[in-house]
Design a protein around this ligand. Structure first.
Ligand code: PLP
Ligand code: LYS
Length: 383
C-alpha cells in the first residue's frame, strides 16, 4: 500500500517541496526507542541527514542526542532543544571557531580525528579554562560494501585515526588537565544493507579493547559505533521502518562491552529517509527520439542523490490513477545531463500539471539542496 499523501494540499502549494509524514517519523522514533531501551543503548541522531527544524524538534522531543559535524549543526541542535551534553561533534576539519563554540556550549564530546586536532582542542580548552570531553575516532579498515563515495571506514578514507597512534593519544588525554578521555568512536559508512560489516566491526572493537587493556588503558567509558544502517529504496511501502531489532541485537550479542560501558549509535538515514518525499510537478511531456521525457520542476538541486551516487528513488505519479502505464525518462530542468531521476520508468500516463513523488527522500535530500542555476530552495510541508 502506498503512503497516504495530502494531494489536495500539494495541488495548492508551490513545488518542488519536501513532504514529511510526521506520523511515520514518530512511529520510527518509537520503534528505535523500544528497541534500544531493551539493551540500555543510546542514539545520537546524525543530523547531517536532515536538519529541517520540524524534524529536529520532533527528534529532540523523543529524547535522542545529536551527532553534529559543524558549528552550524551544533547551533541548530541547540535551537531545536537538544541538550548540549547530548551533542557529539565529529568531522576531520573542525575549525578553531567551531571548537570554541563546542567548548562554550559545553557539548558532550568531540570525536577527534587527528593528533593535530587533539592538540588544538587542548590548547583552546586551556585558553577557555574548560575541560573538553573527547573520544578518539578510529578507522577500523572495514569494507561496508556500499557506494564508493559513502564508505568511510577504509584506510584509504580520510576519516578517523590509525590504531597505532591511539595509545599515545589516550595517554595525552590522561596527562592533560584540559582533556577528558571518554571513549572510542567508529563509523564505517552509510546505506549498509547487510549486518555482516557490523559483525566485523564488533570483532574489530573487541580486539582493540583487549589490546588497549593489555597496555593498561581501562578507562573507556563509551563506545560509539556510528550509523550507516540502510533503508529499502526499492520498496519503501514494504519497509517504511528499517529493521532495527536485528541491528541492535547484533551489537548486544557480538560486542563485548565492559561493566558500566555505554554504547552509542549515530543513525541518520534509517531515522528519516522513509518519512520524506520530494513532491514535484510535471512541467512538460516531451517526445524524444525513441524516448518520452517527463520534465518536472524538481532537479538535482533539490535532490542530488541520483546525480551524485547513481541512486534511485521510487517515482510515483500521484495524480495519474486509472491511466494506462507508459514509459518515461523523468528529468529535471537543470543544465546538466546527470539531472535525471529515472530512466524508462513505467508510470500512469503523465500529463502536464501531474504531481510526482520521489520517495525515500527524507535523508540527504532537503539538506543537500543547492541554489545552482540560481534556483529557489525547495519548500516543505511537515504534518
Ligand atoms: C560520523 C558519522 N556518523 C553518523 C553518520 C550517519 O550515517 P547514516 O545516515 O548512514 O546513518 C555519518 C554519515 O555517514 C557519519 O559520518
Ligand atoms: N549523503 C550521502 C550519505 C553520506 C553520509 C555522510 N557521511 C547519501 O545521500 O547517501
Amino acid at each position: 500500500m502506498s503512503m497516504k499523501f495530502p494531494i489536495e494540499r500539494f495541488r495548492k502549494a508551490a513545488t518542488p517541496l519536501y513532504y514529511y509524514d510526521m506520523e511515520l517519523l514518530q512511529q520510527t522514533l518509537d520503534k528505535i526507542k523500544g528497541s534500544v531501551s531493551r539493551y540500555g543503548f543510546n542514539v545520537h541522531y546524525a543530523m547531517k541527514a536532515n536538519a529541517n527544524p520540524a524534524i529536529l524538534r520532533r527528534i529532540s522531543e523523543a529524547g535522542f542526542g545529536a551527532d553534529t559535524v559543524s558549528g552550524g549543526e551544533i547551533a541548530a541542535a541547540i535551537n531545536a532543544g537538544f541538550k548540549a551534553e547530548d551533542i557529539v561533534f565529529a568531522g576531520v576539519g573542525k575549525t578553531d571557531g567551531e571548537i570554541l563554540l563546542g567548548l562554550r556550549e559545553g557539548i558532550g564530546c568531540f570525536n577527534v580525528e587527528s593528533a593535530q586536532e587533539l592538540e588544538i582542542i587542548e590548547q583552546l580548552a586551556l585558553e577557555e579554562r574548560k575541560v573538553a570531553r573527547v573520544a578518539l575516532r578510529i578507522n577500523p579498515n572495514i569494507d561496508a560494501h556500499t557506494h564508493h563515495y559513502i564508505t568511510t571506514g577504509l584506510e584509504e578514507n580520510k576519516f578517523g585515526l590509525d590504531i597505532s597512534v591511539v595509545p599515545q593519544m589516550i595517554q595525552k588525554c590522561m596527562q592533560s588537565k584540559a582533556l577528558s578521555f571518554v571513549g572510542l568512536h567508529f563509523h564505517i559508512g552509510s546505506q549498509i544493507t547487510t549486518l555482516e560489516p557490523y559483525r566485523m566491526l564488533c570483532e574489530r572493537i573487541n580486539a582493540i579493547q583487549n589490546d588497549l587493556e593489555q597496555q593498561g588503558m581501562t578507562s573507556i567509558k563509551s563506545i560509539n559505533v556510528g550509523g550507516g544502517l540502510g533503508v529499502d529504496y526499492d520498496d519503501p511501502d514494504k519497509h517504511p521502518i528499517a529493521d532495527f531489532d536485528p541491528y541492535f541485537a547484533l551489537f548486544h550479542n557480538h560486542l563485548k562491552l565492559r561493566d558500566g560501558q555505554q554504547l552509542h549509535f549515530e543513525l541518520g538515514r534509517a531515522v528519516v529517509a522513509q518519512c520524506g518525499s520530494l513532491i514535484t510537478r510535471v512541467i512538460y511531456v516531451k517526445e524524444g527520439i525513441g524516448k518520452r521525457f517527463a520534465i518536472v520542476d524538481a532537479g538535482m538541486t533539490d535532490l542530488i542523490r541520483p546525480a551524485l551516487y547513481q541512486a534511485h528513488h521510487k517515482i510515483e505519479n500521484l495524480t495519474g490513477a486509472g491511466r494506462e502505464l507508459r514509459q518515461y525518462d523523468v528529468v529535471g530542468p537543470i543544465c546538466e545531463s546527470s539531472d535525471v531521476f529515472g530512466h524508462d520508468e513505467m508510470l500512469p500516463e503523465v500529463h502536464r500539471g501531474d504531481l510526482i513523488a520521489l520517495r525515500s527522500a527524507g535523508a540527504y535530500g532537503e539538506v543537500m539542496a543547492s541554489r545552482y542555476n540560481l534556483r529557489s530552495l525547495p519548500g516543505c510541508i511537515a504534518e
